[in-house]
Write a protein that binds this ligand. Structure first.
Ligand code: 1SD
Ligand code: ZN
Length: 256
């Protein structure tokens, strides 16, 4: 495991267990959300997102995705509520997407894939000293997941022209514009969907998708996976892990 995991024929999700035995663990992500098997929990609170005072730092292609990072030195930018006992600070957001619109999301709903999925990654700074410490703790992270769905008209994505850069300054991007109006969600205890696959994530998957145009979906597919020589560079797409076994876990719904 010399950081050589990826999404290719030889280093893709079905090979990850060789370097990361947690790949076969008991609370792995993503999963297929079978809506009939989810359990409505009336005591689940609404998700409360406070992103207004956020400070975005940079946008980068990390070789696996495109990611926007945030300043996370205080509790100005947090998510609360839902099943969460503490406020969780926003660290970064990134995307997963397919080479075709028929695939790309990590979670699926009743077996249906969406063209992509947005992950807003937050950490528990009330209990842990750093993001890295939280990332391997059972209640360390909370990831808010939003499906990407196709629509003829869509919102303006400011960052879409910047992200070819390896790393670019990227100020004043408030990610609340990436959230749908309705914050109904499913929640369950899972893992990072990329190595090291730590079982540290409380997942909050929104029922409502974020709508993007076909043109915007195409824009994702113009990125390259990094670390390869010029001419051999392959387009970044299909950077998703398929659903993993539920292994007895319950998925709770905040809505009926
Ligand atoms: O894929 C991301 C990975 O890039 C990193 O952000 C990690 C958190 O350290 O989270 C995973 S994911 O589970 O949010 N896909
Ligand atoms: Zn992700």
């Amino acid at each position: 495991g010399h950081h050589c995991w990826g999404y290719g024929e030889e280093n893709g999700p079905s090979d990850w267990y060789k370097d990361y035995s947690l790949a076969n663990g008991d609370r792995q992500s993503p999963i297929d959300i079978q809506s009939e098997q989810t359990v409505y929990n009336s005591s689940l609170k609404p998700i409360w997102v406070s992103y207004d005072a956020c400070t975005s730092l940079s946008i980068c292609n990390n070789g696996h995705s495109v990611m926007v990072e945030y300043e996370d030195c205080d509790d100005k930018t947090v998510i609360r509520g839902g099943p969460l006992e503490f406020p969780y600070r926003l660290k970064q957001f990134h995307f997963h997407w397919g080479g075709k619109d028929s695939r790309g999301s990590e979670h699926t709903v009743n077996g249906k894939s969406y063209p992509g999925e947005l992950h807003l990654v937050h950490w528990n700074a009330a209990k842990y000293k750093s993001f890295d410490e939280a990332a391997s703790a059972p209640d360390g992270l909370a990831v808010l997941g939003v499906f990407l769905e196709l629509a003829p008209i869509s919102l303006y994505l400011q960052f879409i022209d910047l992200w070819q850069e390896t790393k670019a300054q990227f100020k004043d991007f408030n990610p609340s514009g990436l959230l749908p109006d309705c914050l109904d969600y499913w929640t369950y205890r899972g893992s990072l969907t990329t190595p090291p696959l730590h079982e540290s994530v409380t997942w909050l998957m929104l029922k409502e998708p974020l709508y993007l145009s076909e043109k915007q979906m195409e824009k994702f597919r113009t990125l390259f996976f990094s670390g390869e020589e010029e001419g051999l560079r392959t387009r970044m797409m299909d950077n998703f892990r398929p659903p993993q076994p539920l292994k007895g876990r319950t998925v709770e719904a905040s809505f009926r």
